[in-house]
Design a protein around this ligand. Structure first.
Ligand code: SF4
Length: 282
């Protein structure tokens, strides 16, 4: 058995088997990325779609995704590449691309407004080696690197990537241990530690999806935004918070979409302590 130290799960993986996320395997007694360079999605997206509101607004970014995820959010909008049965089929069909080829594509897309590469769609840090190798080359070529992550990777992974990552959108999915552990299969303390470390070197924005009955109380938003207000980005500015509306999908169809008034009310509460609060999906 080999132990994976990439995320809070610390999987023990038998030779040739996959870790919980489906993106890492053990070979010759060592854990390595099974999804290295295996791309399931590639698109030139507006940067606001990541979402990043205060990092090169109006630009576009070449967005790339692979397969696998270490969380189990029942409402996942990318479940086909993250953790459904279908994800296994995607894994088999994924095309392989090298860091050099991806950087070349990103450079070619500059004429269409591209500023760099965003590692997104599935959880990119379960395959952090591809992010590191690509981002290093991209940075040397004058491109920006963006990570869209659930923030549950262990801090040494972040340390290794930090020199190359310019901006991140990190999910802060709620502010109770219960919700993270029981509903999402995550670890809130790990996410908080990750965010605290990330803001020291990268421009960070956070996203909270408001799910009815789970994380939609005013009290929880007050606690969450109060904690965020004590962080600052490297430029000394408040960390932007994106509050977005849930829609029933995948394994969470037992409730309606979040009432828009709830999203707006929670955004108002967040604005009591934060300078930059945005609403999404409304
Ligand atoms: S990254 Fe994947 S294999 Fe590694 S500990 Fe996390 S879930 Fe397990």
């Amino acid at each position: 058995m080999a132990e994976c130290g990439v995320c809070f799960r610390h999987c023990s993986i038998a030779e040739g088997q996959l870790g919980f996320c489906g993106g890492r395997t053990a070979r010759n007694g060592r854990v390595e990325a099974y999804n290295y360079g295996r791309v399931t999605a590639l698109a030139l997206d507006p940067i606001e779609k990541k979402p990043l509101a205060r990092f090169f607004p109006g630009s576009r970014i070449l967005s790339v995704g692979s397969f696998g995820c270490n969380l189990r959010c029942p409402f996942c909008q990318n479940h086909d590449i993250s953790w459904s049965e279908q994800a296994g089929r995607y894994a088999e069909a994924a095309e392989t691309i090298s860091p050099e080829e991806l950087v070349e594509l990103a450079q070619a897309a500059r004429q269409r407004g591209n500023i760099g590469i965003a590692f997104t769609y599935n959880e990119p840090l379960i395959g952090y080696e591809f992010v590191r190798d690509t981002a290093r080359l991209a940075k040397a070529g004058g491109l920006k690197n963006v990570l869209v992550t659930n923030g549950t990777a262990c801090l040494p992974v972040l340390e290794e990537l930090k020199p190359y990552i310019d901006a991140m959108n990190i999910d802060l999915k709620g502010f109770t241990d219960r919700y993270y552990r029981k509903v999402l299969g995550g670890d809130r303390r790990q996410v908080m530690a990750f965010i605290e470390a990330a803001v020291k070197t990268s421009h960070v924005e956070l996203t909270t999806l408001i799910v009815p009955g789970e994380n939609d109380s005013e009290e929880e938003m007050r606690e969450l935004s109060g904690w965020v207000s004590r962080l600052k980005n490297p430029d000394g500015e408040d960390v932007p918070l994106h509050i977005s509306r849930f829609f029933p999908r995948f394994h969470m169809q037992d409730r309606k979409a979040t009432d828009i008034r709830t999203v707006y009310r929670l955004a108002e509460i967040a604005r009591e302590t934060l300078a930059y609060v945005y609403t999404g999906n409304c």
